[in-house]
Design a binder for this molecule. Sequence first.
Ligand SMILES: [Zn+2]
Length: 169
Amino acid sequence: MELSKKRRKKLQSAVDQDYGYRQYEDRDVYVYDHGGKLGCGVFASRQFFPGELVIEIKGQLIPADEYDGSTYAMHLEDDWYLEPTIPGAFINHSCSPNCDLIQVTDTTNGLIARCNIEPGTEICFDYQWEAQSWIPRCRCGSRDCRGWVVGQDEVKKMKKLAARKKKAK
Ligand SMILES: [Zn+2]
């Protein structure tokens, strides 16, 4: 059975939207591969001013009761999680970020510039994860780095978890 042009186009657009296999292109941001452990990051192609929307983060919606704890899923209101596609999935964490994550529509989040962002700057936000048993070390390099990719009020719990894991070794 042959796939008609029309059907192919329709299906391909669904694939692109849901899985983001294709290289992401945007006039505002670009994906850059640091290589090695650092992996990919998202960078500003132009200047952004404080309060400006930098990027809309779209993705697959997962009901909270089916959420299996994927690291990159983001919580939305009304018990939904958003599994970001590219480039949203490539945005790195920083303890001293240049963007804030907010929900901008019923089904998407947005990154808003906290400060002036120059072209070529990596875009990041504070993941504020809960403490994780796999000890997510942070290497953001900011002066006030918390040491782990967790929220400020989870640091104590994270320290305990890390100490326990060290002992067990
Ligand atoms: Zn950090």
